[in-house]
Design a protein around this ligand. Structure first.
Ligand code: HEC
Length: 146
């Protein structure tokens, strides 16, 4: 559920590491720039990669939302949650269509908390449902946009 926080922490750590290295580089004697650059390069690369992996909140993929917020119940079938990939369990639910499923996911349903207790917006939630549904017998289209 707090997966995105970890990514943000990681990004912050990478930025910190990069600025510490940059500081060290500034105090290094002349002529050593080349090797300093090659030492700092992997850190800089991590810094660039981290925000991409964390995708801005509000525009996360279905898989990102699923792994951050839905997997806790839908992987193992906790509290009667239909399991990811369990076509028989999902078939009658898929008949509600994406709109119907989105409605019950937003409102919550029995042991399923509203929005799966996530901070996903409606589009992200719909993407997460498409992610689950399409691994469980559906072929829903990803909603576009934000
Ligand atoms: C705390 C456990 C829990 C979490 C977390 C959870 N679910 Fe569920 N989910 C359930 C349970 C239990 C059901 C079955 C509800 C019922 O029909 O009684 C369910 C059902 C659903 C359904 C079917 C609704 C319907 O109308 O049949 C969808 C869609 C769904 N979950 C999506 C999600 C998504 C997307 C997430 C993550 C954002 C998520 N769930 C997180 C427990 C959970």
């Amino acid at each position: 559920m707090f997966h995105h926080l970890n990514i943000r922490t990681l990004a912050a750590a990478a930025v910190l590491a990069a600025s510490v290295s940059a500081f060290a580089m500034g105090t290094r004697p002349k002529g050593d720039d080349e090797s300093a650059n090659s030492r700092i390069a992997p850190v800089a690369r991590v810094e660039l990669a981290a925000p991409a992996a964390g995708a801005a909140a509000g525009n996360r993929s279905g898989e990102q939302i699923y792994k951050a917020a839905c997997t806790a119940c839908h992987d193992a079938g906790v509290a009667g949650a239909p399991k990811l990939g369990d076509k028989a369990a999902w078939a009658p639910r898929l008949a509600l269509g994406l709109d119907g499923l989105l409605k019950s996911a937003i409102a919550g349903k029995n042991a399923m908390p509203p929005k799966g207790a996530s901070d996903a917006n409606d589009t992200e939630l719909a993407r997460a449902i498409v992610y689950i549904a399409n691994k469980s017998g559906a072929s829903f289209k990803e909603p576009a946009g934000k």
